[in-house]
Design a protein around this ligand. Structure first.
Ligand code: PEP
Ligand code: MG
Length: 909
């Protein structure tokens, strides 16, 4: 049997159905489904996505076999509609619409009213008894066809229309009478001739063939390609094309066209929601020329049709088990459904709808869990911009969306200014080329952070996420002068104190202040609002409690301070997967001590100074343990190179030069600075990321590890003595060989046992390692002899596997993505074939040595849904991520379990 490329629908039957999105695209599959269940759908046929691929392969030609099938289906459509394509007396008009498996709104092309020419136009005018209507259809066809197929810019048609309206004093298109319409059409035709040297095609079969070809071609237009990159849609899926009998919302005042949702997509409220326009066609509703009326109004204007629309869409919602986003046309009082699909919705609406649908008995809990994009949960936690307000502001630049949330503030360019301005009660956005640990206090004071450089794992990005602060990093579109305190973007220069707004969910930097809405969930977590008073909080916790029952992966938090840990616990953290101890050194009271320690050259001096740091660390660890209520707490020994704790060499040189130039008498100060500069020089490295850091520091300066271990176990003993459970896990960073870990383990074990003996406390603890350089993964069997657990540091593992600096990569990775060389940034989502393969090897080898080896991940990927799925598939025990990503990871971990049960991945909408 010949291969089938086309699927007919209409008159109560359909060859396709809603499960056939791969072949028919979302639109085609749902048209078939609606026709199949007997809804009023104009008949038509869908040309499958396979033809899109064939079309591209045959150099942009419709293959003969397909052409033949088009003709067969066209004849069938003529019979179903009782009209004939190209017939002068009774012309059939069709729409040609694109529709891929995943919806790509507005990215590809559509043409309406095909089949009109000078002769059929007259036929339509006679048949409808409405010449103005027929001319309106013809005008629209010429406009759309010439833009999509013949490449005449649509703006030029709009200009002609506008100038006629102005000349004749009409405000709206539907006021234009037939006589003027004819003049407009004549001008359109002249324009086409002038622009292309050709006439608008009068042969209706040429119109149809060219329209189908243009829709297939639109799969590869730059807009569509960019959209696919952004939403991870494969390029080889192709679009389907639906050819469907036209129905007309522009026949007169008892006709209309509209769009709607079965529930409010912004809030999830259960009420039909949408807009329509009388005497209009397709794109008019969204084009914004006339203000459409809310659907509620249809209830009074056309009560019978409204009732039918409500019944139809309620039936569709039940049938699909989800909120529907639909399009309809009313032709002379008769309702037609033109599209339905699962409606896109905001995060808060998604949760409410999912829970409501379960409680209304429409779907099961597991189905509800699949209905919410994990990433959408973010919107429930961060303040967001009022979408209407956002539209009113100028977009200045776009950077990497590093930490979601919306923030408006006055620009400041130094961390100290951020703190000072904040003290005066001002909201600030901290703008820096990049941030360093020295900026923590400023980041903490700011509403949001914007940096000109750095990637998704840069300091600014990691710390902002940890803090739950909106951040945009690597914003190459802006030019910063930290010295002059100016930011230049989009041709304008803004100064310190000017207001900007950043949307950390999209990477958009906007001018001025934009109103935000606070997250209710956070208010409850912070104790500012009672759970009983927040419906949203109740929905959120109920929904996630369903996820917790399903998932296998545990979810922990990356937390550096006890307050972080408290928030993480409230979000459902089942322990801490990474406490970066060095971040605890940055407090005002601690930094001078660590600086002094680094500057001292003798071990005994260092030990003395470290003993002053110990009480701070002990107190932090004590609070961590308490906040985690007996869940495991993984504390990592010192990791970054020591010079990160010291001032920058250039700054010291400037300060010294200035003092000398002023002939300062402060000899002591000059000597101090000289000594500091000498030490900074001695510690400086060409490539600090690959230098003296991680366990290499612990090997050179064992006294630091001793102090940290002592602090950990002193704190643990105190918690245990108070009768509470405690479970420390000590983690050694940047290990590449078993011997390195063995060295550190001896120190940690010795000190731990000494402290436990001193306090006469018995408690379980483990010592493990990060797996973050390839050699560690490759020799994981040997390392597992020493390590009681592994945790993948995928930030460093990605950096070292690719040989790309995690901070400098941002400068070129974007080119890779734009050119399609890479589909994803490996610093955002795990590179499965490369980094992922090393992880697989490490898990296998590690568990060969130690079958019950606990394995987790604490790189930034630990909270990214696709990476969470991969971690589940690798058989990890847990993922660890920033507090705000915990709900996302909980949901992603549950979804993969359900999908595995179903034996397939779900298809989007
Ligand atoms: C990592 O490398 O993935 C990691 C968690 O450690 P850090 O980002 O602190 O280097
Ligand atoms: Mg690391």
């Amino acid at each position: 049997m010949a291969k089938k490329y086309m699927y007919f629908f209409g008159a109560g039957t359909a060859e396709g159905n809603k499960e056939m999105k791969d072949l028919l695209g979302g639109k085609g599959a749902n048209l078939a489904e609606m026709a199949g269940i007997g809804l009023p759908v104009p008949p038509g046929f869908t040309i499958s996505t396979e033809v899109c691929t064939l079309f591209a392969k045959s150099g942009g030609k419709i293959p003969p076999a397909v052409e033949k099938e088009i003709m067969t289906n066209l004849r069938k459509l003529e019979r179903a509609s009782g009209q004939e394509f190209g017939d002068e007396a009774n012309p059939l008009l069709v729409s040609v619409r694109s529709g891929a498996k995943f919806s790509m709104p507005g990215m590809m092309d559509t043409i309406l009213n095909l089949g009109l020419n000078e002769r059929t136009l007259e036929g339509l005018a006679r048949k409808s008894g409405n010449r103005r209507f027929a001319l309106d259809c013809y005008r629209r066809l010429i406009h759309m066809f010439s833009d999509v197929v013949m490449g005449v810019p649509k703006k030029k048609f709009e200009e002609i229309l506008k100038s006629w309206k102005e000349k004749m004093g009409f405000q709206f298109d539907h006021e234009i009478p037939a006589l003027v319409m004819e003049k407009i059409i004549a001008d359109y035709k002249k324009l086409i001739k002038k622009e292309t040297g050709q006439d608008f095609p009068q042969d209706v079969m040429i119109q149809l063939r060219q329209a189908i070809s243009a829709v297939f071609e639109s799969w590869n237009n730059p807009r569509a390609v960019t959209y696919r990159r952004e939403y991870h849609i494969p390029d080889d899926l192709g679009t389907a094309v639906s050819v469907q009998m036209m129905v007309f919302g522009n026949v007169g005042e008892n006709s209309a066209t509209g769009v709607g949702f079965t529930r409010d997509p912004a809030t999830g409220k259960k009420e039909i929601y949408g807009e329509y326009l009388f005497n209009a066609q397709g794109e008019d509703v969204v084009a914004g020329i006339r203000t459409p009326s809310p659907l509620r109004k249809l209830e009074t204007e056309m009560p019978g049709v409204f009732k039918q629309l409500k019944e139809t869409t309620t039936r569709l919602e039940k049938h699909y088990g989800d909120v529907q986003d639909f399009e309809f046309t009313i032709q002379e009082g008769k309702l037609y459904m033109l599209q339905t699909r699962n409606g896109k919705r905001t995060g808060p609406a998604a949760i409410k709808i999912a829970v409501d649908l379960v409680e209304e008995g429409l779907i099961r809990k597991e189905e509800a869990l699949l209905k919410v994009e994990p990433q959408a949960l973010d919107q429930l936690l961060h303040p967001i911009f009022d979408p209407e307000e956002k539209k009113k502001h100028i977009l200045l630049a776009k950077g990497l969306a590093a930490s979601p949330g919306a923030a408006s503030g006055q620009m400041v360019f130094t961390a100290n200014d951020a703190v000072a301005w904040k003290k005066e009660g001002k909201d600030v956005i901290l703008v820096r080329d990049e941030t360093s640990p020295d900026d923590i206090h400023g980041m903490s004071a700011a509403q949001g952070i914007l940096t000109g450089t750095g990637g998704m794992t840069s300091h600014a990005a990691v710390v902002s996420r940890q803090m739950g602060k909106p951040a945009i990093v690597g914003c190459c579109d802006i030019l910063l002068s930290e010295e002059k305190k100016t930011l230049t973007a989009d041709g304008r220069t803004l100064r310190e104190g000017d207001w900007i707004s950043i949307d950390g969910a999209t990477g958009e930097v906007l001018a001025d202040r934009i109103k935000t809405r606070p997250s209710e969930i956070l208010q409850v977590i912070n104790g500012e609002k009672k759970a009983a008073d927040s419906k949203m909080y109740q929905y959120f916790t109920k929904f996630l409690s369903w996820a917790d029952k399903v998932r296998r992966l545990r979810v922990r938090a990356n937390s550096d301070t006890p307050p972080d840990a408290r928030v993480a616990y409230a979000f459902g953290a089942e322990g801490i997967g990474l406490a970066r101890t060095e971040h605890m050194f940055f407090g005002k009271d601690r930094l001078p001590i660590i600086k002094e320690m680094i500057l001292s050259e003798k071990e005994e001096d260092r030990r003395r100074i470290l003993s002053r740091l110990l009480p701070f660390q002990r107190q932090d660890f004590y609070e961590f343990f308490k906040e985690m209520h007996g869940h495991p707490v993984t504390i990592r020994t010192i990791d970054p190179p020591l010079h990160e704790f010291l001032p920058k060499r250039e700054d010291l040189m400037v300060e010294l030069t200035e003092l000398r130039a002023k002939k300062s008498k402060d000899k002591k100060k000059i000597e101090e600075l000289e000594k500091l500069l000498e030490r900074v020089r001695a510690l400086s490295e060409f490539n600090p990321m690959l230098g003296h850091r991680g366990c290499r520091l612990g090997i050179s300066y064992p006294e630091i590890i001793e102090m940290q271990t002592e602090a950990i176990f002193e704190a643990a003993c105190q918690v245990a003595k108070e009768g509470n459970k405690v479970f420390p896990e000590i983690m050694v960073p940047l290990v590449g060989s078993a011997a390195e870990l063995a060295n550190q383990k001896v120190i940690i074990k010795r000190v731990a046992e000494e402290v436990l003996a001193k306090h006469k406390v018995k408690l379980a603890y483990t010592i493990g390692t990060m797996i973050e350089i390839p050699r560690a993964a490759i020799t994981a069997d040997e390392i597992a002899e020493e390590a009681e657990f592994f945790s993948f540091g995928t930030n460093d593992l990605t950096q070292t596997t690719y040989g790309i600096s995690r901070d400098d990569g941002v400068k070129f990775i974007n080119y890779y993505l734009l050119k399609g060389i890479w589909k994803d940034d490996p610093f955002s989502t795990i590179d499965i074939p490369g980094v992922g393969e090393l992880m697989r090897m490490a898990v296998e080898k590690g568990r060969k040595t130690r079958p019950n080896l606990k394995v987790g991940i604490c790189g930034v990927h630990g909270g990214e849904p696709r990476s969470v799925v991969f971690c589940h598939q690798l058989g990890l025990n847990y993922v660890s991520c920033s507090a705000y990503q915990i709900p996302i990871a909980r949901l992603a971990a549950a979804q993969i379990v359900i999908q595995e049960k179903q034996g397939k991945k779900t298809d989007g909408d």
